[in-house]
Ligand binder design. Sequence first.
Ligand code: GDP
Ligand code: MG
Length: 138
Amino acid sequence: MSTERTLVLVKPDGVARGLTGTVLARIEAKGYTIAELKQVHATRELLEEHYAEHVGKPFFEPLVEFMLSGPVVAAVFEGQRVIEGFRSLAGTTEPTTAAPGTIRGDFGRDWGLKVQQNLVHGSDSAESAEREIGIWFA
Ligand code: GDP
Ligand code: MG
């Protein structure tokens, strides 16, 4: 298995809560390497491209509004099986029930808002990773 790359985002809730360093440190501590890193305030156009698969779903508009609510930290991490490895480290989508020990499970919960504020994004396949890296690091 050759080295893979994945796109990681620390979402606006993670940045606002001062968890950027903690999140990045956990990924590095698992053994993955930072290849690219920047803080950016996304645009609607960028987010509509990034979340193209979710256009039309009931949570799409709240998701875009949430992602526009503050800066995000975008990173490319590298390593063998980093795509699966980071998804495992992040935990399942719903933070309230994500397993303890995961980023979402340890630091997230429901806040009564219209979208899951779950701290991080990670690409879900090699194809998604290359597509998303191209969007955030054009
Ligand atoms: P992920 O790959 O685990 O991030 O989940 P998805 O790709 O399915 O969804 C993208 C993002 O949309 C999630 O990380 C959540 O922030 C949000 N989201 C997904 N599904 C739901 C849902 O059913 N309800 C709400 N309110 N938000 C959701
Ligand atoms: Mg996803």
